[in-house]
Structures are given as C-alpha cells and as structure tokens.
Write a protein that binds this ligand. Structure first.
Ligand code: ZN
Length: 162
C-alpha cells in the first residue's frame, strides 16, 4: 500500500483551535495513513528568499531535515491545514522524504485532526522564551504546554500562565 493515499479521509472546515482545520470525513482506525504533506520542496535558504519575494508567509512549512523543507503554501494540499495540538490524535512520520499523517488512535467522524508541530527554529539551535511566546498554543488540551514550540517537558509551561 506504499504510496497510496486516500484523501477521502478528510474535509477542510472551520476550526475551534485555529482558523481552518482538517476533519475526519468518516471514522478512521488507529494507525491509518491519512494524507501526505504536499508542497514545494525547497532548501531553507531559498525559502527565506521566497518569503522576501512575497511568495510565502512561511506559515505552512514542514521541516524535512537540516537543509530542506516542504512549503505547503506553495503547491500544497489539505495537509497544510492540520492544526497543532499538545495532545494530538495524529502523528506525522516521514518515509522516503515524504511526511505522512497517521492516526494515533481511533478517530470519530467529524473530529478535528491534529499533530504535535514540535516547532523548532529553522537554523539556530537554542530555543528562547521569546520563541515560545511568539508561537502560543490554543489547542485546549488538558496538558497544553502553552506553546507550539517543541519542549522536552510535557508539563504546562510556566512562562505562559495567566
Ligand atoms: Zn497546546
């Protein structure tokens, strides 16, 4: 079944988490490959040039590896609209340089699909508080860490307490 992606799993709609989201069009079993993350494959330095040229906002970039990314805003599909959650029902796995969204558990029809973005800066290594504050999370999960930035701790973030 490698390479076969059933896009019939999903529909796009208005999200309670953020803007546009992706929802289960029908019940999805745990471990199902739901959709691949399409977009322009591009070196990260080039991506910054594209941003400067107004070709992309960098809002839908999937980090492939140290040098390459996939920009869902350019040539992307519905996968770019899957929102972040700190307690997601899906996970993104990369096979042969292509990210695929898989269900982590059984998902009911109509549920919003999410994965943990684990955002990291494109180039610099250290994550600062400023980075975390710049990418707040509104996923609503019980153990929301308060930021879409990847932190090792799953505990709620201190810096974002009300
Ligand atoms: Zn969260």
């Amino acid at each position: 079944m490698i390479g076969v992606v059933d896009r019939d799993f999903v529909r796009i709609g208005k999200s309670k988490i953020h803007g546009t989201g992706v929802f289960a069009k029908r019940a999805i079993h745990r471990g199902a490959r739901i959709i691949d993350y399409q977009g322009l494959r591009v070196r990260k330095e080039i991506l910054l040039e594209h941003q400067a040229l107004g070709l992309t906002s960098l809002r839908y970039v999937f980090n492939l590896n140290d040098t390459e990314a996939i920009d869902g805003e350019q040539e992307g599909n519905a996968a770019r609209f899957v929102n972040h959650s700190c307690e997601p029902n899906c996970v993104m796995y990369v096979f042969d340089e292509t990210p695929y969204l898989y269900s982590l558990r059984d998902i009911r029809r109509g549920e919003e699909l999410t994965f943990d973005y684990r955002l990291r800066p494109a180039f610099k290594k250290r994550i600062t508080q400023k980075d975390k504050l710049a990418h707040p999370c509104n996923c609503g999960a019980e153990h929301c860490r308060g930021t879409m930035i990847y932190t090792r701790s799953r505990k709620p973030s201190k810096i974002l307490s009300e």
